[in-house]
Design a protein around this ligand. Structure first.
Ligand code: NDP
Length: 254
């Protein structure tokens, strides 16, 4: 029972592919009604339809997390048509250019920060504000990365954005605890998984060699994120707050 999400409403951003679409299916299988958000609505609808075919509850909403107007509009639709979001999976993200420090452009910095960090913040802010207004408890899971916790090379804006997401997690958790709000905020920090975001890297000769040198020696499988996710969102993890949980098969060697 502690793992059940029956009666909960979950919002997953970046649900049109990769980790987000996978998590949407997992949450629906555990009983949540899932709102899937992203820019590509056609892709969202494919995932929604497959969840419904499996007997789950799902709903698609267009949301560009880099636009506060788009986030506000999406939350208004969710409030009208579904209800107050109990569980937020703050997952939408972009990788940006893989270049050396001297070649990072202002445009790439802004693009990555506006999506990964500012986007995560405004979505978490809106979701938690609505939970507080409704007097409800909730759980927010931010998707950071091992590169939010450790040094990394060639993706400065990405790494900094994910470190920002880690700090967003700790600060929100601390503030909500201090103000006695029943909103837990934790982060998953994945290692390497084969999704659109990094498929070029993980399938390149360089990427394969790099991953073979990690302690696990292989990519993670999406299903290996399920247990950590369910722990953070369900009653099973009711005393976890402000946790930054690496899911990488062990410390990744640079
Ligand atoms: P994908 O590229 O498959 O998914 C990224 C998702 O984010 C897509 O659904 C995309 O949807 C959405 N997205 C991008 N920009 C926006 C935006 N402005 N507004 C709304 N949605 C947006 O990659 P992953 O599944 O791998 O990435 C998911 C998260 O996991 C990211 O935050 C990533 O940094 C993180 N992560 C991934 C790792 C991996 O190895 N794959 C490792 C560590 C962290 P759309 O284009 O339709 O808007």
């Amino acid at each position: 029972v502690a793992w059940s999400l029956d009666g909960k409403i979950a919002l997953v951003t970046g649900a049109s592919s990769g980790i987000g679409s996978h998590f949407s299916r997992v949450l629906a299988r555990h009983g949540a009604a899932v709102v899937l958000a992203a820019r590509r609505v056609d892709k969202l609808n494919d995932v929604v339809n497959s969840i419904i075919r499996e007997g789950g509850k799902a709903f698609a909403v267009e949301m560009d997390v880099s636009s506060s107007e788009s986030v506000d509009a999406a939350f208004a639709i969710i409030a009208n048509q579904v209800g107050v979001v109990d569980i937020l999976i703050n997952n939408a993200g972009v990788s940006g250019d893989a270049v050396q420090l001297s070649d990072v452009s202002l445009d790439d910095w802004d693009f990555v920060m506006n999506t990964n960090l500012r986007g995560a913040w405004i979505v978490a802010k809106e979701a938690s504000r609505r939970l507080v207004d409704a007097g409800k408890s909730g759980s927010i899971v931010n998707i950071s990365s091992i590169y939010g916790l450790r040094e990394g090379v060639f993706k400065l804006p990405y790494n900094i954005s994910k470190a920002g997401v880690a700090q967003l997690t700790k600060t929100m958790a601390a503030e909500f605890s201090k103000s006695k709000r029943a909103i837990r905020v934790n982060a998953l920090c994945p290692g390497f998984f084969d999704t659109e975001l990094n498929s070029e890297f993980v399938n390149s000769d360089y990427g394969k060699k790099y991953i073979s040198k990690t302690p696990a020696g292989r990519l993670g499988k999406l299903k290996e994120l399920d247990g950590p996710l369910l722990l953070l969102v369900s009653e099973a993890g009711s005393f976890l707050n402000g946790v930054l949980l690496p899911v990488d098969g062990g410390h990744v060697i640079q």
